[in-house]
Design a protein around this ligand. Structure first.
Ligand SMILES: O=C(O)c1ccccc1NCC(=O)[C@H](O)[C@H](O)COP(=O)(O)O
Length: 228
């Protein structure tokens, strides 16, 4: 089984203090959101971006900063990789399977929102990526809410994901969507994902992390992963 890009990621970090607190709590990765329509869009200056993206290196974490994009161009992604020192790419929009092969050699997380077509559509998309020349390093399954791409706080049907090795094969599954400090342990026990991802479940307001919730989330997720 390939190594997952991360085990616990906190997404939508917009402030340096939150990035530091997330890593101090024991998370592996922060998500920096470059989707301009998100309330978690990172609007910082070049200096802010460099600092935020570089914090993971100063803390000697093995993983680090994930840049989140929704239907961005290759050039936009390249410029953010340079600017924010990101070291993983999360595609969270309607990017066609062929798009992955155009990206640089960094881990790619392919987000899929689970709609009423269920896991079959996710499996088909993975095959299409394979046929187009590049398999993502992980598939992130998020909730489907019409008209929104993510960060909704809605949960996915966990029971329907438990057999993911059947339709994802060796590709690691990252579980997202409505996770909180109170439900993440149960979600991990049911789905047995390689990693989890949270945005709104650890916030006091969009883009502002609640440090107590972050610590509780990371502690609950870590204990659940260790009990698998
Ligand atoms: O967080 C956002 O605002 C967002 C907007 C558009 C696309 C993706 C977005 N977030 C991506 C994430 O990785 C979130 O962690 C994931 O959607 C789960 O969010 P939540 O249900 O709030 O935990």
């Amino acid at each position: 089984m390939p190594a997952p890009p991360f085990r616990i990621k906190v997404c939508g970090i917009t402030r340096k203090a939150d990035a530091q607190a997330v890593f101090a709590a024991g998370a592996d990765a922060i998500g920096l959101n470059f989707y301009t329509k998100s309330p978690r869009y990172l609007k910082g200056s070049v200096v802010d971006l460099l600092e935020l993206g570089g914090i993971h290196r100063s803390l000697y974490r093995p993983f680090g900063a994930v840049g989140l994009f929704v239907n961005a161009s290759v050039n936009e992604i390249l410029s953010h990789i340079e600017l924010a020192k990101i070291d993983m790419i999360q595609l969270h929009g309607d990017e066609p399977p062929e798009f992955l092969a155009e990206l640089p050699d960094l881990p790619i997380i392919r987000a899929r929102r689970m709609d009423d077509r269920g896991v079959a559509a996710i499996a088909e998309d993975l095959e299409a990526c394979r046929a187009a020349g590049r398999v993502p390093d992980a598939v992130l399954v998020d909730a489907f809410t019409p008209g929104r791409y993510g960060g909704t706080g809605e949960t996915v049907s966990w029971a329907g994901l438990a057999d993911h090795p059947r339709w994802l094969g060796e590709v690691p599954l990252i579980l997202a969507g409505g996770l909180t400090p109170d439900n993440v342990a149960e979600a991990i026990r049911m789905v047995r994902p390689s990693g989890v991802d949270v945005a709104s479940g650890v916030e006091s307001a969009p883009g502002v992390k609640d440090i107590v919730k972050v610590r509780d989330f990371v502690a609950a997720a870590t204990a659940a992963f260790e009990s698998l």
